[in-house]
Design a binder for this molecule. Structure first.
Ligand code: SF4
Length: 714
């Protein structure tokens, strides 16, 4: 009876970018349980196992509860916050004094609130003078950001989740929403148009098995396939010439570029039949509303940006943009990857402004009430350049916030050695046991989702509020409070005077957004977001004014009243480029950076392994239920023919090795992968011992999806 709730609160889930609404059941203000929010416009009463288990993982025994400082014996020992913050400032300032302000960098995350990211960016870049900082969103979304900016003039995923239900042809490229974004997949299943579902993936994923067409192409031949489909759409007369003429540039160059990508040529390069390629093109061309969706299979590639733009090209030339059921749609990964893109200050200046633009620097300086001279006139280093900076001794101190590079960074063994080289490594995290925290000199204990509040932005650009429904353990503090405390100890507290709490931070963000494509000046406050079931950007004061005049009626969904019915971008065919036209961009496909050979004859694919696990398992491994749903030991999928060839039995331990390292994993013999390929899930730390350090040249996103390995029975 003591656990019977006496109140509820709505909160947005803190794992993936779907942004499901969860109803938290409270007793005396503390969470005692949760259920999916039935009316929330995102998830309509559904949640995946991770969402259901959100509260349990907060109770784990290995939560970081006190600041921990490494002592002279090399042990981490509890210290007071005063000592921790003093060490933080003295050690980093000493490094800066000896090696320059740029010798300290930070690595942030897509897992904390927008307001926390924004505060961190202001503190680190303009207060502490850390020019170089990046986020783990470089590992998941940088490619989509660059592709959209070049093609649309702004990082602007154009879709709304209703599009899943309104398409009559959905194309998923390098995406496995069935387990990666299961609630989005549920919305596909609600589609009443008997849609064609085309999956482009070298692996027979859960989504591929449910598709009407599976294009099981050779790894990294997707760019060739997309150009062949483009050529066929042009040749078969499926181009919307009015739209192309009015709203795009580059069609002639595109036509010339794809001319040589005949179905036969593409068949030879992709391993697909020409008929399959023609059928896919025909399905897209004939659809009344075709939508194209991509995730990490495209983004985590050495030619990810140009591949994403080949997807965008198809949507543009067929006029599949700005209408219900259409779009070239990048589904983001983390709960707040979009927040990181707009507010972290890492890939662009606060609110998606440009560091190089003096007017933008003036504007943001005025918003923040700081000297414009404190704002650098160029972007800092990307994640991979920070890692290289450690290698060459230019980066000597590193502050890692809510991310786990010692597990997740490509060619992880190298990353771990480099972290050990640092003069001072600070990890700010909920758990003191991550692979990265184990290497830290100082651990700052952070509150987690449910123990603090702020906003997340989901894949369809929807701001939603997550609420504090539980007390953080021990002395753990919200990241927002930690940043404010660091500001005070660093001596720049005055700069942060207005950042009194997350909602005050949200008001500052609103001012910075004014006039941007992501303008949110029309949102009243957090309560307004709660009332509406979240609000998608843009929602400017002008939008709000239009709505109050009754010209744009909203939609009611149970307790929520959304401010307007249609929330996709580019309905008027105007993009964010200076001439308002979208760009059609092409490039020659390049070869894979590491091909199988006599020594390492297999190609390793990586990806998400289960609906129940999240990234490096930092949180999800703490739930007994989630662990039950997923193997606790690493496994490697291989084809039955390869199992015979190497005399490997299902379930036995094998050694998987690459030129970078070795790992042991259980063999999972399955036809889900093709002969000559293996698959390992990213959730196990063993996987990135093997991956090859290689990057897209435009986005600097790591290419996790392909490297050469060999197998040996042990
Ligand atoms: Fe949370 Fe994503 Fe699962 Fe929804 S689909 S409950 S947002 S992890």
């Amino acid at each position: 009876a003591s656990l019977r709730p006496d109140a509820t609160a709505t909160s947005v889930c803190g794992y993936c970018s779907t942004g499901c609404g969860l109803r938290i059941h409270l007793r005396d203000g503390q969470a005692v349980g949760l259920t999916p929010e039935t009316d929330y416009p995102v998830n309509l009463g559904m949640a995946c196992p991770k969402g259901w288990e959100s509260l349990r993982v907060l109770e784990s025994a290995d939560r970081a509860t006190h600041p921990l400082l490494r002592n002279a014996e090399g042990e981490l020992e509890p210290v007071s916050w005063d000592r921790a913050l003093t060490e933080f400032c003295e050690r980093f300032k000493a490094i800066q004094a000896a090696h320059g302000a740029d010798s300290v960098a930070f690595l942030s995350t897509g897992q904390i609130a927008c307001e926390e990211m924004a505060l961190l960016g202001v503190l680190a870049k303009f207060g502490m003078g850390l020019k170089h900082g990046d986020g783990n969103t470089r590992q998941c979304m940088a490619t989509a950001v660059t592709a959209y900016k070049e093609s649309f003039g702004f990082d602007a995923p154009p879709f709304t989740y209703e599009d899943f239900e309104q398409s009559d042809c959905l194309v998923f490229i390098g995406a496995n929403p069935c387990i990666g974004h299961p609630i989005m997949w549920e919305r596909v299943l609600r589609n009443q148009h008997a849609p064609e579902v085309i999956v482009v993936d070298p692996r027979s994923t859960e989504t591929a098995m449910a598709a009407t067409q599976h294009l099981q192409l050779r790894p990294k031949s997707d760019l060739v396939l997309l150009y062949a489909i483009t050529r066929q759409l042009i040749e078969s007369g499926y181009v919307d010439h009015d739209f192309v003429a009015a709203h795009t540039t580059g069609f002639r160059e595109l036509t010339q570029h794809v001319d040589s990508y005949t179905p036969e040529y593409a068949a030879a390069r992709t391993g697909l039949s020409a008929e399959k390629i023609l059928r896919a093109a025909e399905s897209i061309g004939q659809a009344k509303a075709a939508s194209l969706w991509w995730t990490m299979g495209v983004n985590q590639s050495y030619e990810g940006v140009r591949t994403a733009q080949a997807i965008i090209n198809i949507a543009l030339i067929t006029g599949n943009i700005g209408r219900p059921g259409t779009g070239a749609n990048s589904i983001t990964g983390q709960c707040n990857a979009m927040g990181s893109r707009l507010w972290s200050g890492t890939t662009n200046l606060f609110g998606h402004h440009d560091y190089a633009d003096p007017e933008h620097r003036e504007k943001i300086a005025a918003v923040l009430d700081i000297d414009p001279g404190k704002i650098p006139d160029e972007n800092g280093w990307s994640y991979d350049r920070i890692v290289e900076g450690i290698r060459c001794g230019k980066i000597r101190g590193l502050w890692v916030i809510a991310t786990n590079p010692a597990h997740s960074w490509i060619h992880q063994g190298d990353a771990r050695e480099l972290l050990d080289k640092l003069d001072f490594l600070v990890v700010q995290d909920m758990y003191a046991t991550t692979e990265t925290a184990r290497q830290a000199d100082l651990i700052l204990p952070a509150a987690g989702w449910g123990e603090k509040e702020g906003t997340f932005i989901n894949s369809e650009r929807r701001y939603g509020v997550h609420r504090r429904v539980r007390v953080a353990p021990g002395e753990a503090l919200a990241d927002f409070q930690i940043f404010r405390a660091i500001g005070a100890y660093w001596g720049v507290g005055e700069m942060l005077t207005e950042w009194t709490d997350p909602e005050a931070g949200f008001r500052i963000m609103q001012r910075a957004s004014r006039g941007q494509p992501c303008d949110i000046t029309g949102i009243e406050n957090y309560a307004h977001l709660d009332r509406c079931g979240g609000i998608q950007w843009p929602w400017s004061e002008a939008d709000a004014e239009t709505k109050s005049q009754g010209t744009q009626p909203g939609e009611s969904m149970g307790q929520y009243h959304t401010p307007r019915p249609h929330r996709r971008l580019f309905g008027n065919g105007e993009f964010f480029t200076p001439d308002r036209r979208a760009r059609l961009i092409v490039a020659e496909p390049r070869g894979m950076p590491e091909l199988p050979d006599a020594d390492f004859p297999m190609l390793m694919l990586t990806g998400r392994g289960s609906v129940s696990q999240w990234h490096t398992q930092t949180r999800t491994s703490k739930s007994p239920i989630l662990r039950e749903l997923y193997p606790n030991e690493p496994y490697v999928e291989l084809h039955p023919d390869d199992a015979s060839r190497y005399a490997i039995r299902n379930g036995e331990w094998v050694e998987v090795s690459s030129r970078r390292g070795r790992a042991e994993a259980r063999a999972l013999v399955s036809p889900t992968v093709r002969v000559g390929q293996v698959f390992m899930a990213m959730h196990y730390e063993e996987t990135n011992r093997l991956t090859l350090s290689h990057f897209d040249p435009y986005s600097r996103q790591p290419s996790y999806k392909n490297c050469a390995v060999r197998l040996r029975s042990i």
